[in-house]
Design a protein around this ligand. Structure first.
Ligand SMILES: [Zn+2]
Length: 290
């Protein structure tokens, strides 16, 4: 605890100084090197001991590092509303028996065009009565609070698998939605069409952070994979897990349904990294593997 506090204070001093006055530089690489809006990107700080304290941020938004590949890595989620272009990052390393190191630079975030989707749903799902409106707002706040909660342990390992256990591709992430003629918030997940009753699987190991029946998402499961990474599974017909339960990759969470605001049976699969809404299908191709 005390050592961590000292390290954090040392990092704050490092960041306060100009990069040129800091000693040795940390070697940092981005993966992919030019991530797109909506991607789950990751950053690697090379040649860092497991016991080191590594901190870093992009545009002041902190990343959570973990030991990986002889260094430390962190996921960085590029929110679907993050502006394309150049964004500043910085990293600081405090390691026993070594000069503190700092590095800073910029990463180019590539634009991605999202299509516009026009949907027609029953008016009762759009024009909400005040009580339902309050309910939907409270539910979305509850999820937002959960997504910002960073549990300090990384629970996921290795490859992420398809949530239906198939090679089926999801779609519609980031779509600007016009529902019954009214513009609504962009689609923050990827939809997989499948018959009702199709098993829905955990894409990686984690802990069941929320099981609920909410107005828009219907029956839902949210998994906490640790260090700020969450995956969400909406519109389920049945649920096979309980809050607090640890799940393995590939474990059945429930079945595909059409609960909540859904035009038919499908899985809405979502992912967030430290509150950034990312395209969950980019998790499936993540090149960070261990
Ligand atoms: Zn959806």
């Amino acid at each position: 605890m005390i050592r961590a506090a000292v390290a954090v204070a040392a990092l704050a001093l490092l960041f306060a100084a100009e990069a040129s006055t800091a000693g040795e530089k940390a070697a940092v690489s981005w993966h992919p090197s030019k991530p797109r809006v909506g991607d789950v990107a990751w950053i690697l700080v090379k040649d860092v001991a497991e016991a080191a304290t590594v901190e870093g941020s992009v545009d002041g938004k902190p990343m959570t590092f973990f030991p990986y590949g002889g260094g430390h890595a962190a996921l960085f989620g590029i929110d679907l509303d993050m502006k394309p272009g150049t964004h500043a990052w910085r990293v600081g390393v405090v390691e026993p028996g070594r000069e503190p190191r700092i590095a800073q630079g910029s990463v180019k975030i590539v634009r991605r065009d999202f299509h516009v989707e026009r949907l027609t749903v029953p008016n009762t799902m759009v024009d909400l009565d005040p009580e339902t409106e309050r309910r939907a707002v409270a539910e979305s706040k509850q999820m937002a609070t959960l997504y910002r909660t960073i549990t300090p342990e990384r629970l996921w390992r290795g490859k992420f698998t398809n949530p239906l256990g198939t090679t089926a591709a999801g779609g519609g992430f980031g779509a600007r939605r016009i529902i019954n003629g009214q513009p609504r918030s962009p689609h923050s997940g990827s939809d997989y069409s499948a018959p009702r009753g199709t098993p829905v699987l955990a894409v990686n190991a984690g802990k069941v952070a929320l099981v609920a029946e909410f107005f828009f998402p219907g029956r839902l499961v949210i998994l906490d994979h640790g260090l700020g990474l969450y995956t969400a599974y909406f519109h389920l017909d049945t649920i096979a897990v309980a809050e607090g339960e640890r799940v393995e990759r590939g474990q059945t969470l429930g079945t595909v349904g059409a609960t909540g605001r859904a035009t038919g049976p499908h899985l809405h699969f979502g992912a967030q990294v430290a509150g950034a809404r990312v395209d969950p299908t980019t998790l499936l191709g993540l090149s960070l593997l261990d």
